[in-house]
Design a protein around this ligand. Structure first.
Ligand SMILES: [Zn+2]
Length: 805
């Protein structure tokens, strides 16, 4: 009864952890890790094919924007209006539209703010436990939200001068249409809006302003990075209709493509960077800057359009005048910009070749705080990233590629990225940077510029699946990073081991806001899995072909996870359902153990040879301890003492050969047909070494078995046994190997390329595990009652350094 209960529980857990669509196991413990994904993946249709390609009736919506806003630097506020033209390419009739109001996330009534949980220490059990903690940053955020209203102020929603009924639901707004929007039709509406810009360092987020209190200008300087700054159309898709998921901070954005025509009115001394091409260069740039711009197009190294000296001079005083910068961008899924009087601006042309966009301008905008680090590397890394990504996916289709230094650590938008690394100001007034900051700059620029491709062009649904852009992009930034410098360490399989073994995790295939530990789950694990898929399972040729095919199929379109999985299989020609199932749909880890090796020699069947061998083998067994001790004591047995009393059995043993066995051997040989006899005699003649290796799957994830044999002559041989070896038994398998040479030892996955979580059971024979031990001194005991109050009472009081205390 008890035993049956445990079996039942185990089965339920197994089934639940794999998914509801799983065919259920009813008897025994056989689990089919190779079960096909059709059970879980959506049925192919005319929008998305079974091969993972856009179908013959594939459609997506389109939204074009005309935006005019003013940046009020005194109030840190955006005011303006947007006109959205929405094209209904779906086969459906729409009676209302959903618009994304992402700034509402920062409102104190937002779902994100209300549902943010607090991590108290486990020992928080009233006043006796350790005190809970609130950082000064958290305090500052709480106070700022009390003092200032954030989120969009929607002042008017109208169509042709008539107000439209609209309803704000958290970070979204429903706009009711006066007439249903039929398939193939378009509609336009306008929104007057404003919002207070968040201070990025206080509120976090993907944009905002940064305050530089030490700048010479009255009140300090400011730098603005503007994102999610206009009402954006919600996505309407074939697989989900209108996206209903609230913006909670983690799950990013589900976007439609469109054209943008944007005017940004900012203080006249600001320099503006934005998605798209600057339309009024002559209005906002000096003739000298325009000359430098021309020079930069063909320069070998980046050329300053606004030099650092000019920027430092510019940031010293402000102005009440304004200037309007006009940008246009075609076929983008979003628009972001940055503005500051602190910006230096450099540029260098990138000759990509090809027919799509032969020449691209790579540019960087950075304040003096970015300094030499940015001057040397930012724009060069932008170009390096495009070189690698365009090779593995498709030609970069946009006219500019930008890296901006500001308060945001790393964030991507079409054609523009926000990147955080900075130099350190030393006491002598010089600026230097650390090795870590240099690595951060190169790494973050590669990563964010990489996002120009995924998801800004291969437009995956970020609100649903963080891994589809972050995982793929983390895999690719590793490719580009290693081509920048071979010391690059990123998504090495051995780095993911601790996470793979951890208990607090969910499968990669989890909606973005529900993911536990987003970093390893949505970035590192998928990136590592793709590295393993490329280097161990498919090989570079098949992987690269399939990955490029996926990129080509889905550029400027919206892929779902199954489109990626299916394309990788269809284009590589290799069934990978087991791989997606293990790495993406479960929390299994890799731990393959080499449990036993049996060494065997072929029997000759000739009793005059085999019986002698068996006698030798029998003699190799240790002697009875009893007999050994008797001999050591000098004891002699009766038979030894009475040697004259002997018979037949003293001269022969169980291995003595008679003609009976010899005749059986002759009969055996006579019974073989000539071909069988040749084969048998050859095997006997060659007398090879036969080994049976017994493997067990301790981690659950089925994977290829990588085996390195080392022979007694010192030579080695490597074998890659495909994962399909586990198809009839995912828990343990045996395999026969035949060698001329004798095996001395065997190691599984010697180069640590499968993220095997326990390398010790990969050695046969087991090895001594190298480790370290450290001597330590016990620390004195502490606690309130152990304070030396009698002595501390004599301490003198200090003068405070900070007068504004
Ligand atoms: Zn990213």
């Amino acid at each position: 009864m008890f035993r049956n209960l445990i079996v039942l529980l185990t089965l339920c857990l197994t089934v639940a952890s794999i998914g509801m669509a799983q065919v259920q196991q009813t008897k025994g413990n056989y689990v089919d890790k190779f079960r096909q994904m059709d059970e879980i993946w959506p049925t192919a249709n005319s929008y998305r094919t079974a091969g993972g390609e856009p179908g013959h009736e594939y459609w997506q919506q389109r939204a074009d924007y005309k935006i005019n806003v003013t940046l009020d630097e005194k109030k840190h506020r955006i005011e303006g209006n947007v006109e959205i033209t929405y094209h209904n390419n779906s086969p459906d009739t729409l009676r209302f539209l959903w618009v994304q109001l992402d700034q509402n996330r920062f409102n104190k009534n937002s779902m994100q703010h209300k549902t943010a949980t607090y991590n108290a220490p486990d020992s928080l059990k009233g006043f006796d436990g350790s005190p809970a903690r609130l950082s000064l940053g958290q305090l500052r955020q709480q106070q700022l939200m009390e003092d200032r209203d954030f989120g969009f102020e929607i002042n008017n929603v109208s169509q042709g001068g008539n107000e439209l009924k609209h309803t704000v639901v958290g970070t979204k707004m429903r706009v009711d249409l006066p007439m249903p929007l039929k398939s193939g039709e378009s509609t336009s509406f306008a929104v007057d809006y404003a919002f207070n810009i968040i201070e990025s360092d206080v509120m976090g987020g993907r944009g905002g302003y940064e305050h530089f209190p030490d700048d010479e200008i009255d009140g300090g300087g400011y730098l603005y990075e503007m994102s999610q700054w206009y009402p954006r159309m919600g996505a309407y898709t074939d697989y989900e209709a209108w996206t209903a998921k609230e913006f909670l901070g983690s799950g990013e954005f589900t976007q439609e493509f469109g054209n943008f025509d944007v005017t940004l009115t900012v203080p006249a001394d600001h320099v503006v960077a934005a998605t798209g091409e600057l339309q009024n260069m002559n209005d906002v740039m000096t003739s000298e800057q325009l000359e430098r711009w021309e020079e930069a197009k063909t320069a070998v190294r980046p050329v300053y359009i606004v030099t650092m000296e000019e920027a430092i001079e510019n940031e010293k005083e402000g102005t009440n005048d304004t200037k309007t910068w006009h940008f246009a961008a075609e076929n983008v899924r979003d628009f972001a910009w940055a503005s500051s009087r602190k910006f230096a601006w450099d540029a260098k042309g990138y000759d990509q070749g090809g027919s799509v966009r032969p020449h691209v301008m790579a540019m960087s905008y950075f304040p003096k705080e970015g300094g030499e680090l940015w001057e040397k590397y930012s724009t060069e890394v932008v170009i390096h990233t495009m070189e690698v990504y365009s090779r593995v996916s498709f030609e970069y289709p946009y006219p500019v590629a930008i890296s901006v230094n500001g308060p945001v650590g790393g964030m991507e938008y079409p054609m523009i990225t926000f990147n955080g690394p900075r130099t350190i100001l030393n006491d002598d007034g010089t600026r230097t940077y650390t090795m870590a900051e240099k690595e951060f700059l190169i790494g973050v620029v590669i990563h964010e510029v990489g996002h120009f491709y995924f998801p800004m062009i291969v437009n995956s649904d970020e609100r649903q699946w963080t891994w589809m852009d972050e995982g793929l992009n983390s895999y690719l930034d590793g490719v580009a990073g290693r081509e920048w410098d071979y010391d690059w360490a990123n998504s090495e399989p051995s780095d993911i081991i601790d996470y793979m073994k951890s208990q607090n995790q969910v499968p990669i295939m989890t909606q973005s806001d529900s993911v536990l530990r987003l970093g390893p789950n949505a970035y590192t694990k998928p990136a590592t899995s793709l590295n393993i898929l490329r280097e161990v399972i498919l090989g570079r040729d098949l992987f690269d072909f399939a990955f490029k095919e996926y990129s080509r199929r889905w550029m400027f379109k919206r892929p779902t996870p199954s489109d990626f999985f299916r394309t990788m299989e269809e284009a590589s020609g290799v069934d990978l359902d087991w791989f997606w199932r293990g790495w993406y749909y479960t929390t299994d880890h890799v731990d393959i153990s080499l449990d036993h090796i049996y060494q065997m020699r072929m029997d000759t069947k000739d009793p005059d040879i085999d019986f002698g061998r068996r006698r030798d083998e029998n003699n190799m067994k240790p002697k009875s301890l009893y007999v050994t001790r008797n001999e050591e004591e000098g004891m002699r047995s009766w038979v030894q003492r009475n040697r004259d009393v002997r018979d037949f059995h003293d001269e022969n043993d169980q291995f003595t050969v008679t003609n009976k066995e010899r005749n059986e051997y002759i009969d055996f040989l006579d019974g073989l047909d000539p071909r069988e006899r040749r084969e048998f005699e050859r095997a006997v003649d060659e007398d090879k070494n036969y080994y049976v290796l017994e493997f067990s799957n301790q981690g659950g994830l089925v994977m290829p078995i990588l085996i390195e044999f080392t022979f007694t002559d010192g030579s080695t041989e490597f074998m890659n046994i495909p994962a399909e070896i586990w198809r009839r038994n995912h828990l343990s398998v045996k395999k026969l190997f035949v060698f001329d040479k004798e095996v001395e030892r065997v190691e599984l996955d010697p180069d640590w390329y499968t993220a095997d979580t326990n390398v010790e059971n990969n050695h046969y024979p087991r090895r001594i595990i190298p480790s370290r031990i450290e001597a330590y001194k016990a620390s004195p005991r502490t606690g309130l009652k152990r304070r030396n109050v009698m002595h501390d009472m004599k301490t003198e009081l200090k003068e405070p350094k900070n007068e504004n205390r």
